[in-house]
Ligand binder design. Structure first.
Ligand SMILES: [Zn+2]
Length: 484
Protein backbone atom coordinates (compact mmCIF):
# COMPACT_ATOMS: atom_id res chain seq x y z
CA UNK A 1 0.00 0.00 0.00
CA UNK A 2 1.17 3.48 -0.60
CA UNK A 3 -0.22 6.78 0.31
CA UNK A 4 1.25 8.65 -2.57
CA UNK A 5 3.24 11.66 -1.60
CA UNK A 6 3.90 12.83 1.88
CA UNK A 7 1.92 14.98 4.19
CA UNK A 8 3.33 18.47 4.19
CA UNK A 9 2.01 21.10 6.46
CA UNK A 10 1.00 24.62 5.71
CA UNK A 11 -0.05 27.15 8.22
CA UNK A 12 0.21 24.96 11.29
CA UNK A 13 3.78 25.98 12.01
CA UNK A 14 3.34 29.67 11.53
CA UNK A 15 2.08 32.26 13.91
CA UNK A 16 -1.51 31.61 12.94
CA UNK A 17 -1.46 28.09 14.32
CA UNK A 18 0.41 28.96 17.44
CA UNK A 19 -2.13 31.13 19.16
CA UNK A 20 -3.02 30.60 22.78
CA UNK A 21 -6.42 29.21 23.63
CA UNK A 22 -6.33 25.96 21.73
CA UNK A 23 -4.44 27.18 18.72
CA UNK A 24 -7.55 28.02 16.74
CA UNK A 25 -6.27 30.03 13.84
CA UNK A 26 -9.54 31.88 13.78
CA UNK A 27 -8.64 33.54 17.01
CA UNK A 28 -5.62 35.22 15.41
CA UNK A 29 -6.07 38.96 15.38
CA UNK A 30 -6.18 40.09 11.80
CA UNK A 31 -3.62 42.76 12.45
CA UNK A 32 -1.14 40.05 13.32
CA UNK A 33 -1.68 37.91 10.29
CA UNK A 34 -1.32 40.87 7.95
CA UNK A 35 0.91 43.61 9.27
CA UNK A 36 0.32 47.02 7.81
CA UNK A 37 3.59 47.04 5.90
CA UNK A 38 2.55 43.96 3.94
CA UNK A 39 1.12 45.22 0.69
CA UNK A 40 -2.14 43.95 -0.76
CA UNK A 41 -2.04 42.59 -4.32
CA UNK A 42 -2.26 45.17 -7.02
CA UNK A 43 -5.43 46.09 -8.83
CA UNK A 44 -6.90 43.08 -10.60
CA UNK A 45 -4.51 40.72 -8.72
CA UNK A 46 -6.01 37.53 -7.34
CA UNK A 47 -5.22 34.10 -6.00
CA UNK A 48 -6.34 30.94 -7.74
CA UNK A 49 -6.39 27.41 -6.40
CA UNK A 50 -3.74 25.50 -8.38
CA UNK A 51 -5.01 23.06 -11.02
CA UNK A 52 -5.62 19.54 -9.75
CA UNK A 53 -5.77 20.52 -6.08
CA UNK A 54 -8.44 18.51 -4.22
CA UNK A 55 -9.93 19.76 -0.97
CA UNK A 56 -10.43 16.53 0.99
CA UNK A 57 -11.84 18.00 4.19
CA UNK A 58 -11.24 17.38 7.86
CA UNK A 59 -8.81 14.64 8.95
CA UNK A 60 -11.44 13.03 11.13
CA UNK A 61 -10.49 10.89 14.10
CA UNK A 62 -7.01 12.35 14.08
CA UNK A 63 -4.71 12.23 17.07
CA UNK A 64 -4.43 16.02 17.10
CA UNK A 65 -6.18 18.07 19.73
CA UNK A 66 -7.75 19.95 16.81
CA UNK A 67 -8.35 17.99 13.65
CA UNK A 68 -6.32 19.42 10.77
CA UNK A 69 -7.67 19.62 7.22
CA UNK A 70 -6.25 17.82 4.23
CA UNK A 71 -5.61 18.98 0.70
CA UNK A 72 -4.21 16.89 -2.11
CA UNK A 73 -2.03 18.43 -4.81
CA UNK A 74 -2.14 17.35 -8.46
CA UNK A 75 1.07 15.34 -7.95
CA UNK A 76 -0.62 13.33 -5.18
CA UNK A 77 1.26 14.98 -2.30
CA UNK A 78 -0.90 15.63 0.74
CA UNK A 79 -0.80 18.92 2.57
CA UNK A 80 -2.14 19.44 6.08
CA UNK A 81 -3.65 22.88 6.62
CA UNK A 82 -5.35 24.73 9.43
CA UNK A 83 -9.12 25.26 9.45
CA UNK A 84 -8.76 28.91 8.44
CA UNK A 85 -6.47 28.13 5.51
CA UNK A 86 -8.81 25.36 4.37
CA UNK A 87 -11.79 27.71 4.31
CA UNK A 88 -9.78 30.35 2.48
CA UNK A 89 -8.94 27.66 -0.10
CA UNK A 90 -12.62 26.71 -0.38
CA UNK A 91 -13.46 30.35 -1.10
CA UNK A 92 -10.57 30.76 -3.54
CA UNK A 93 -11.73 27.62 -5.36
CA UNK A 94 -14.71 29.61 -6.58
CA UNK A 95 -12.78 31.38 -9.30
CA UNK A 96 -15.50 33.96 -9.85
CA UNK A 97 -14.56 35.64 -6.55
CA UNK A 98 -12.05 38.44 -6.32
CA UNK A 99 -9.62 38.54 -3.39
CA UNK A 100 -11.80 41.24 -1.87
CA UNK A 101 -14.88 39.02 -2.14
CA UNK A 102 -12.90 36.16 -0.55
CA UNK A 103 -11.85 38.44 2.32
CA UNK A 104 -15.46 39.54 2.83
CA UNK A 105 -16.84 35.99 2.78
CA UNK A 106 -14.08 34.75 5.12
CA UNK A 107 -14.80 37.64 7.54
CA UNK A 108 -18.50 36.74 7.47
CA UNK A 109 -17.77 33.05 8.15
CA UNK A 110 -15.26 33.70 10.89
CA UNK A 111 -16.93 36.59 12.64
CA UNK A 112 -13.69 38.57 12.55
CA UNK A 113 -12.49 41.11 10.10
CA UNK A 114 -10.21 39.65 7.46
CA UNK A 115 -8.86 42.16 4.96
CA UNK A 116 -7.53 41.74 1.45
CA UNK A 117 -4.01 42.04 2.90
CA UNK A 118 -4.76 39.16 5.31
CA UNK A 119 -5.90 36.89 2.49
CA UNK A 120 -2.86 37.93 0.47
CA UNK A 121 -0.57 37.15 3.42
CA UNK A 122 -2.12 33.71 3.99
CA UNK A 123 -1.96 32.86 0.31
CA UNK A 124 1.58 34.15 -0.26
CA UNK A 125 3.26 32.89 2.90
CA UNK A 126 1.35 29.67 3.62
CA UNK A 127 -0.35 28.35 0.49
CA UNK A 128 1.95 29.45 -2.34
CA UNK A 129 5.13 27.79 -0.92
CA UNK A 130 3.42 24.40 -0.80
CA UNK A 131 1.99 24.75 -4.29
CA UNK A 132 -1.70 25.09 -3.43
CA UNK A 133 -2.36 28.45 -5.08
CA UNK A 134 -1.26 30.50 -8.08
CA UNK A 135 -0.93 34.24 -8.21
CA UNK A 136 -2.22 36.09 -11.22
CA UNK A 137 -4.55 38.73 -12.53
CA UNK A 138 -8.21 38.26 -13.22
CA UNK A 139 -7.74 38.37 -16.99
CA UNK A 140 -4.95 35.75 -16.85
CA UNK A 141 -6.97 33.35 -14.68
CA UNK A 142 -7.99 31.05 -17.53
CA UNK A 143 -4.45 30.96 -18.92
CA UNK A 144 -2.94 30.18 -15.49
CA UNK A 145 -5.37 27.37 -14.84
CA UNK A 146 -4.42 25.81 -18.18
CA UNK A 147 -0.82 25.56 -16.98
CA UNK A 148 0.42 22.69 -14.86
CA UNK A 149 0.53 22.89 -11.06
CA UNK A 150 3.23 25.10 -9.57
CA UNK A 151 6.44 23.44 -8.44
CA UNK A 152 6.80 23.19 -4.70
CA UNK A 153 9.73 21.88 -2.78
CA UNK A 154 9.40 18.16 -2.15
CA UNK A 155 10.91 16.88 1.05
CA UNK A 156 13.52 14.16 0.73
CA UNK A 157 12.12 10.94 2.11
CA UNK A 158 14.51 8.35 3.39
CA UNK A 159 12.65 5.17 2.55
CA UNK A 160 10.29 6.34 -0.17
CA UNK A 161 9.14 4.15 -3.01
CA UNK A 162 11.11 5.14 -6.09
CA UNK A 163 10.98 4.51 -9.85
CA UNK A 164 7.27 3.85 -9.76
CA UNK A 165 5.60 2.40 -12.84
CA UNK A 166 1.83 2.23 -13.19
CA UNK A 167 0.46 -1.22 -14.02
CA UNK A 168 -3.27 -0.52 -13.68
CA UNK A 169 -4.55 2.99 -14.30
CA UNK A 170 -6.92 4.84 -12.00
CA UNK A 171 -10.04 4.04 -14.05
CA UNK A 172 -9.39 0.31 -14.19
CA UNK A 173 -8.51 0.16 -10.50
CA UNK A 174 -11.71 2.01 -9.62
CA UNK A 175 -13.77 -0.45 -11.64
CA UNK A 176 -12.05 -3.49 -10.08
CA UNK A 177 -12.28 -1.95 -6.61
CA UNK A 178 -16.00 -1.38 -7.08
CA UNK A 179 -16.40 -4.98 -8.31
CA UNK A 180 -14.49 -6.41 -5.34
CA UNK A 181 -15.78 -4.11 -2.60
CA UNK A 182 -18.68 -6.47 -1.57
CA UNK A 183 -16.03 -8.74 -0.01
CA UNK A 184 -15.92 -6.18 2.81
CA UNK A 185 -19.56 -6.51 3.84
CA UNK A 186 -19.63 -7.80 7.44
CA UNK A 187 -21.29 -11.11 6.49
CA UNK A 188 -18.60 -11.83 3.88
CA UNK A 189 -15.80 -10.94 6.28
CA UNK A 190 -17.20 -13.31 8.92
CA UNK A 191 -17.61 -16.07 6.31
CA UNK A 192 -14.06 -15.62 4.94
CA UNK A 193 -12.45 -15.56 8.39
CA UNK A 194 -14.47 -18.63 9.40
CA UNK A 195 -13.30 -20.49 6.28
CA UNK A 196 -9.73 -19.39 6.93
CA UNK A 197 -9.84 -20.70 10.51
CA UNK A 198 -11.16 -24.01 9.24
CA UNK A 199 -8.55 -24.06 6.43
CA UNK A 200 -5.69 -23.39 8.86
CA UNK A 201 -6.78 -26.15 11.21
CA UNK A 202 -6.96 -28.53 8.24
CA UNK A 203 -3.63 -27.37 6.76
CA UNK A 204 -1.63 -28.02 9.91
CA UNK A 205 -2.96 -31.55 10.00
CA UNK A 206 -1.42 -32.25 6.56
CA UNK A 207 2.09 -33.14 7.71
CA UNK A 208 2.76 -35.75 5.06
CA UNK A 209 1.35 -33.67 2.18
CA UNK A 210 3.49 -30.71 3.32
CA UNK A 211 6.56 -32.93 3.31
CA UNK A 212 5.67 -34.06 -0.23
CA UNK A 213 5.23 -30.41 -1.22
CA UNK A 214 8.78 -29.52 -0.09
CA UNK A 215 10.11 -32.63 -1.78
CA UNK A 216 8.41 -31.76 -5.10
CA UNK A 217 9.71 -28.19 -4.97
CA UNK A 218 13.28 -29.35 -4.42
CA UNK A 219 12.99 -31.83 -7.27
CA UNK A 220 11.19 -29.73 -9.85
CA UNK A 221 12.28 -26.16 -10.69
CA UNK A 222 9.09 -25.56 -12.69
CA UNK A 223 7.11 -25.85 -9.43
CA UNK A 224 9.43 -23.27 -7.82
CA UNK A 225 8.62 -20.88 -10.66
CA UNK A 226 4.90 -21.68 -10.28
CA UNK A 227 5.10 -20.90 -6.53
CA UNK A 228 6.89 -17.65 -7.31
CA UNK A 229 4.16 -16.75 -9.83
CA UNK A 230 1.48 -17.47 -7.18
CA UNK A 231 3.34 -15.21 -4.74
CA UNK A 232 3.51 -12.40 -7.31
CA UNK A 233 -0.23 -12.80 -8.04
CA UNK A 234 -0.87 -12.71 -4.30
CA UNK A 235 1.02 -9.38 -4.16
CA UNK A 236 -1.27 -7.95 -6.85
CA UNK A 237 -4.33 -9.27 -5.02
CA UNK A 238 -3.06 -7.61 -1.84
CA UNK A 239 -3.02 -4.19 -3.53
CA UNK A 240 -6.49 -4.77 -4.97
CA UNK A 241 -7.60 -5.48 -1.39
CA UNK A 242 -6.42 -2.04 -0.27
CA UNK A 243 -8.13 -0.43 -3.26
CA UNK A 244 -11.41 -2.33 -2.73
CA UNK A 245 -11.44 -1.41 0.98
CA UNK A 246 -10.88 2.21 0.01
CA UNK A 247 -13.85 2.04 -2.39
CA UNK A 248 -16.01 0.27 0.21
CA UNK A 249 -15.29 3.11 2.63
CA UNK A 250 -16.44 5.68 0.07
CA UNK A 251 -13.15 7.02 -1.35
CA UNK A 252 -11.78 6.50 -4.85
CA UNK A 253 -8.48 4.61 -5.02
CA UNK A 254 -5.75 5.64 -7.46
CA UNK A 255 -3.46 3.59 -9.66
CA UNK A 256 -1.76 0.29 -8.85
CA UNK A 257 1.84 -0.15 -9.88
CA UNK A 258 5.27 -1.42 -9.05
CA UNK A 259 8.22 0.47 -7.63
CA UNK A 260 11.56 0.03 -5.92
CA UNK A 261 11.72 0.13 -2.14
CA UNK A 262 15.48 0.54 -1.61
CA UNK A 263 16.32 -2.38 -3.95
CA UNK A 264 13.23 -4.57 -3.51
CA UNK A 265 10.60 -4.45 -6.24
CA UNK A 266 7.19 -4.03 -4.55
CA UNK A 267 3.64 -3.44 -5.67
CA UNK A 268 1.84 -0.35 -4.50
CA UNK A 269 -1.70 1.00 -4.64
CA UNK A 270 -2.42 4.66 -4.24
CA UNK A 271 -4.98 4.98 -1.45
CA UNK A 272 -4.07 8.53 -0.49
CA UNK A 273 -7.74 9.51 -0.71
CA UNK A 274 -8.44 7.26 2.29
CA UNK A 275 -7.14 10.09 4.50
CA UNK A 276 -10.54 11.69 3.99
CA UNK A 277 -12.34 8.64 5.45
CA UNK A 278 -13.26 7.93 9.05
CA UNK A 279 -10.67 6.23 11.24
CA UNK A 280 -12.59 2.94 11.08
CA UNK A 281 -12.56 3.03 7.27
CA UNK A 282 -8.86 3.90 7.19
CA UNK A 283 -8.11 0.88 9.39
CA UNK A 284 -10.18 -1.25 6.97
CA UNK A 285 -7.99 0.04 4.11
CA UNK A 286 -4.86 -0.85 6.09
CA UNK A 287 -6.07 -4.40 6.66
CA UNK A 288 -7.68 -4.82 3.22
CA UNK A 289 -4.47 -6.11 1.62
CA UNK A 290 -3.89 -8.86 4.17
CA UNK A 291 -7.61 -9.71 4.06
CA UNK A 292 -7.37 -10.30 0.30
CA UNK A 293 -4.26 -12.43 0.92
CA UNK A 294 -6.55 -14.61 3.04
CA UNK A 295 -8.77 -14.97 -0.04
CA UNK A 296 -5.67 -15.97 -2.03
CA UNK A 297 -4.76 -18.60 0.58
CA UNK A 298 -8.30 -20.01 0.47
CA UNK A 299 -8.20 -20.10 -3.35
CA UNK A 300 -4.85 -21.95 -3.24
CA UNK A 301 -6.22 -24.49 -0.74
CA UNK A 302 -9.25 -24.88 -3.03
CA UNK A 303 -6.89 -25.53 -5.97
CA UNK A 304 -5.16 -28.22 -3.88
CA UNK A 305 -8.51 -29.90 -3.25
CA UNK A 306 -9.12 -29.92 -7.01
CA UNK A 307 -5.67 -31.03 -8.25
CA UNK A 308 -3.96 -32.57 -5.21
CA UNK A 309 -0.62 -30.97 -6.08
CA UNK A 310 1.25 -30.86 -2.72
CA UNK A 311 3.37 -27.81 -3.68
CA UNK A 312 0.16 -25.75 -3.51
CA UNK A 313 0.15 -26.25 0.27
CA UNK A 314 3.63 -24.72 0.45
CA UNK A 315 2.43 -21.90 -1.82
CA UNK A 316 -0.41 -21.23 0.67
CA UNK A 317 2.08 -21.11 3.58
CA UNK A 318 4.38 -18.74 1.68
CA UNK A 319 1.44 -16.37 1.04
CA UNK A 320 0.59 -16.44 4.74
CA UNK A 321 4.17 -15.64 5.69
CA UNK A 322 4.23 -12.68 3.27
CA UNK A 323 0.92 -11.40 4.67
CA UNK A 324 2.11 -11.70 8.27
CA UNK A 325 5.28 -9.82 7.38
CA UNK A 326 3.09 -6.96 6.13
CA UNK A 327 1.60 -6.60 9.60
CA UNK A 328 4.97 -5.73 11.17
CA UNK A 329 4.70 -2.12 12.44
CA UNK A 330 8.02 -1.04 10.93
CA UNK A 331 9.37 0.70 7.82
CA UNK A 332 6.37 1.44 5.58
CA UNK A 333 4.60 -1.89 5.89
CA UNK A 334 0.84 -2.13 6.45
CA UNK A 335 1.42 -2.57 10.19
CA UNK A 336 3.02 0.89 10.25
CA UNK A 337 0.00 2.48 8.56
CA UNK A 338 -2.29 0.58 10.92
CA UNK A 339 -0.55 2.07 13.98
CA UNK A 340 -0.50 5.51 12.31
CA UNK A 341 -4.26 5.31 11.70
CA UNK A 342 -5.03 4.03 15.18
CA UNK A 343 -3.05 6.95 16.59
CA UNK A 344 -4.50 9.36 14.01
CA UNK A 345 -1.01 10.69 13.23
CA UNK A 346 0.23 10.26 9.66
CA UNK A 347 3.92 10.93 10.37
CA UNK A 348 4.90 8.55 13.17
CA UNK A 349 8.65 8.66 12.54
CA UNK A 350 8.73 12.46 12.74
CA UNK A 351 6.91 12.32 16.10
CA UNK A 352 9.28 9.90 17.86
CA UNK A 353 11.69 12.59 19.11
CA UNK A 354 9.07 15.13 20.24
CA UNK A 355 6.86 12.52 21.95
CA UNK A 356 9.79 10.93 23.82
CA UNK A 357 11.04 14.39 24.80
CA UNK A 358 7.55 15.17 26.15
CA UNK A 359 8.00 12.35 28.71
CA UNK A 360 10.54 14.56 30.52
CA UNK A 361 8.17 16.02 33.10
CA UNK A 362 10.61 18.77 34.09
CA UNK A 363 10.46 20.56 30.74
CA UNK A 364 7.54 21.66 28.57
CA UNK A 365 6.54 19.28 25.77
CA UNK A 366 7.79 20.18 22.28
CA UNK A 367 5.05 21.65 20.10
CA UNK A 368 4.93 18.62 17.81
CA UNK A 369 4.06 16.45 20.82
CA UNK A 370 1.91 18.99 22.66
CA UNK A 371 -0.46 19.31 19.69
CA UNK A 372 -1.30 15.59 19.97
CA UNK A 373 -3.93 14.19 22.32
CA UNK A 374 -2.89 11.88 25.18
CA UNK A 375 -4.24 8.75 23.45
CA UNK A 376 -2.15 9.41 20.32
CA UNK A 377 0.97 10.03 22.37
CA UNK A 378 0.42 6.81 24.37
CA UNK A 379 0.05 4.80 21.13
CA UNK A 380 3.25 6.35 19.74
CA UNK A 381 5.20 5.50 22.92
CA UNK A 382 3.90 1.90 22.78
CA UNK A 383 4.79 1.71 19.08
CA UNK A 384 8.33 2.98 19.74
CA UNK A 385 8.72 0.38 22.51
CA UNK A 386 7.86 -2.39 20.04
CA UNK A 387 9.11 -1.14 16.66
CA UNK A 388 12.46 0.38 17.55
CA UNK A 389 13.85 -2.80 19.24
CA UNK A 390 12.59 -4.85 16.26
CA UNK A 391 14.28 -2.57 13.73
CA UNK A 392 17.51 -1.95 15.66
CA UNK A 393 17.72 -5.59 16.82
CA UNK A 394 17.20 -6.90 13.28
CA UNK A 395 19.71 -4.46 11.87
CA UNK A 396 22.24 -5.24 14.63
CA UNK A 397 22.00 -8.99 14.04
CA UNK A 398 22.36 -8.45 10.30
CA UNK A 399 25.40 -6.19 10.59
CA UNK A 400 27.05 -8.43 13.20
CA UNK A 401 26.63 -11.49 11.00
CA UNK A 402 27.76 -9.70 7.83
CA UNK A 403 31.49 -10.68 8.08
CA UNK A 404 30.46 -14.35 8.12
CA UNK A 405 27.43 -14.15 5.80
CA UNK A 406 28.93 -11.94 3.07
CA UNK A 407 31.65 -14.40 1.89
CA UNK A 408 29.17 -17.32 2.08
CA UNK A 409 26.65 -15.30 0.06
CA UNK A 410 29.30 -14.41 -2.52
CA UNK A 411 30.23 -18.11 -2.91
CA UNK A 412 26.57 -19.09 -3.14
CA UNK A 413 25.80 -16.35 -5.69
CA UNK A 414 28.75 -17.54 -7.80
CA UNK A 415 27.53 -21.14 -7.61
CA UNK A 416 23.95 -20.27 -8.59
CA UNK A 417 25.10 -17.99 -11.41
CA UNK A 418 27.27 -20.79 -12.78
CA UNK A 419 24.39 -23.24 -12.49
CA UNK A 420 22.06 -20.80 -14.28
CA UNK A 421 24.57 -20.48 -17.12
CA UNK A 422 25.21 -24.23 -17.52
CA UNK A 423 21.51 -25.10 -17.19
CA UNK A 424 20.74 -22.66 -19.99
CA UNK A 425 23.47 -24.20 -22.19
CA UNK A 426 22.19 -27.69 -21.41
CA UNK A 427 18.63 -26.74 -22.44
CA UNK A 428 17.00 -26.57 -18.99
CA UNK A 429 15.40 -23.09 -19.00
CA UNK A 430 13.31 -23.67 -15.85
CA UNK A 431 16.35 -24.69 -13.79
CA UNK A 432 18.29 -21.76 -15.24
CA UNK A 433 15.46 -19.31 -14.32
CA UNK A 434 15.24 -20.67 -10.75
CA UNK A 435 19.02 -20.34 -10.32
CA UNK A 436 18.91 -16.78 -11.65
CA UNK A 437 16.07 -16.06 -9.21
CA UNK A 438 18.22 -17.49 -6.40
CA UNK A 439 21.03 -15.09 -7.34
CA UNK A 440 18.65 -12.12 -7.08
CA UNK A 441 17.09 -13.34 -3.81
CA UNK A 442 20.54 -13.86 -2.25
CA UNK A 443 21.85 -10.46 -3.27
CA UNK A 444 18.82 -8.29 -2.42
CA UNK A 445 19.10 -8.29 1.42
CA UNK A 446 22.76 -7.23 1.44
CA UNK A 447 22.25 -4.64 -1.30
CA UNK A 448 19.06 -3.32 0.39
CA UNK A 449 20.49 -3.01 3.89
CA UNK A 450 23.72 -1.45 2.57
CA UNK A 451 21.75 1.16 0.62
CA UNK A 452 19.48 1.80 3.61
CA UNK A 453 22.47 2.28 5.92
CA UNK A 454 24.18 4.58 3.41
CA UNK A 455 21.06 6.76 3.11
CA UNK A 456 20.55 6.81 6.88
CA UNK A 457 24.19 7.79 7.38
CA UNK A 458 23.88 10.60 4.82
CA UNK A 459 20.73 11.91 6.51
CA UNK A 460 22.30 11.64 9.98
CA UNK A 461 25.32 13.58 8.73
CA UNK A 462 23.10 16.31 7.31
CA UNK A 463 21.11 16.54 10.55
CA UNK A 464 24.31 16.64 12.61
CA UNK A 465 25.52 19.56 10.53
CA UNK A 466 22.24 21.38 11.17
CA UNK A 467 22.37 20.69 14.90
CA UNK A 468 20.99 17.76 16.82
CA UNK A 469 18.20 19.82 18.37
CA UNK A 470 15.74 18.94 15.64
CA UNK A 471 16.21 15.22 16.35
CA UNK A 472 14.78 15.54 19.82
CA UNK A 473 12.00 17.91 19.07
CA UNK A 474 13.65 21.27 18.91
CA UNK A 475 11.97 24.20 17.25
CA UNK A 476 10.15 23.12 14.16
CA UNK A 477 11.38 24.38 10.83
CA UNK A 478 10.46 23.35 7.32
CA UNK A 479 11.20 19.88 8.63
CA UNK A 480 7.53 19.99 9.47
CA UNK A 481 7.15 18.47 6.03
CA UNK A 482 6.71 14.99 7.25
CA UNK A 483 6.81 11.59 5.61
CA UNK A 484 3.85 9.26 6.06
ZN1 LIG B 1 -0.37 -3.61 1.96
Amino acid sequence: MSRAGDVSRAGLDGRLGGQAGGGDPASAPCGECAPAERAAPGAGGRWLVAPGVELLGEYSGSGFKENPYLVRRADGRMVQVSRLLYHVLVLLADDTRSTQAVALAASWNWGRRLGVADVDFLARSKLLPVGLVLEGSADRAGELLQQGPPAAAAPGVLFALRHKVTLLGRKRVRFLAWLLSPWFTPAMVVAVLGCLGFGEAWLFGQGHALYLGVHDLLANPVLVLATFAILVASGGLHELGHAAACRYGGADPGAIGIGLYLVWPVFFSDVTSSYALSRRSRVRVDLGGVYFNCLGVLATLGAYQAWHAPFLLIAALVQEAAALQQLMPVLRLDGYYLVADLAGVPDLYARIGPVLASLRFWSPAPRRAAELCVRARAIIVAWVAVAVPIMLGGLGIFVASLPRVAPETATSVGGHAELAYHAMLAGHPALSAVSALDVVVLMLPIAGVSLGLARTGRLAGRLALRGAGSLVGGPSRRSAQVPT
